[in-house]
Design a protein around this ligand. Sequence first.
Ligand code: ISE
Length: 342
Amino acid sequence: MTVKVAVLGVGMMGANHADQLTNLVAGADVTVINDFDDERANAIADAIPGARVVSDPFDAIVAEDVDAVVIATPGPVHEKQVLACLEAGKPVLCEKPLTTDVESSLEIVKAEAALGKQLIQIGFMRRFDDEYMKLRALVESGELGAPIMLHLAHRNPAVPDHFDSAMIVKDCLVHEVDCARFLLGEEIKSVHILKPRPNSNARDGLQDPQFAIFEMESGRMVDAEAFVTTGIAYEVRSEAIFERGSAQIGLDVNLVRKSAPGIWGGTVTPGFKERFGRAYHDQLQRWVNAVKSGDETGNYVDGPRAWDGYAAAAVCDAGVRSLTTSTRVEVDMVDRASIPGA
Ligand code: ISE
C-alpha cells in the first residue's frame, strides 16, 4: 500500500516535507497540496507528479485520495485542522505547536484518547536524530549510572523581526523542553527563566539570550540556553551528566577538525535543515511505516504523541509566565493516568 498524503502549509517546513515524501521516503505519494497562498501551493504541486492543489484545508483532509495528513501551517490554525483529522479518522503528523494554548492541546489529547486510536504524531524531529537516540539509549542502559543533570544549548544565527521574547520560549526553547522530557523520560515540574544582559545585536526589547532552569519530577535539573541572535550559525548541543560519567552530543555534525600545524577549527551547520535533515527524513519514513501498519495495530504513530505536544505547551506556558514575573513557575498539567489511552 502507498500512503496518499496531503501536505497542509507549504512554507519552508511543509515544502521540505513534501519534497522528502516525494523523493526520499518510501511508500508515500503526496497527492494533495494546500496553502493559504494558492500560488505557492501551485508552485509546489507542479513539481510533484500526480499532486493537485486543494484550496480549502478541510476539503483536503476529507479528500478521497488522502489517507494521512501533514500539518505545517501556522500554529493558530492547528487546533481545527487536527480535530478535522480526528473526525475523519486520518493519521496526522503535526508540526509543533500542537495548538497555541494549553487548554485546547489538552482537549485534543482527550479527543484522541476517546477514539481509542493513536492518530496524532507531533513533529519533534530531534527524537529521530541518531545522536539523540544514542544519548537516550545511554540513559536507558544505566551504563554510566543515573543521569543527574543536562546542559542544553540552542543557538540560532538570527530570527525574523516579528520574533518576540515569548516566541523564543515557544518556538525555540520548546525543543529543549521536549529533549529534556525525552532524554530523562519524565515530566518537567517547574521552570525558571533567567534573563542575562541582552546581546547588543538583539532588537530593542528582545530578551535574548534566555537561560532556563527546568526542575524535573525526580529532582534532576536541566539548564537550557536559548540564544537566537548569535550571528554565527545553528548550534544545538546537549550534555548529560551521570553518576559515573558524562556524554555530549552535537559536536560530530558541528565538525571540529584538527590538523597541522597544530591548529583546530571547523564548521558549524548554518540552519536547522542542515543540522537535522536526516532526522526529518527518518521521522517521515517511520511515520509512513506506522500509518501503513496502523489498521492492524490501531496505532498510526511512531514518535512523540499528542500528550508530548500538550506537555510542551504546558511547560512553555509556565516559561512565558516565568519570563514576565522573573520567578520560578510550577508547570500546571493534568495527570496522564487520568486520561486512559493518552
Ligand atoms: C524553528 O521554528 C524550529 O523549529 C527549529 O528547529 C528551531 O531550532 C528554531 O529555533 C525555530 O525557530
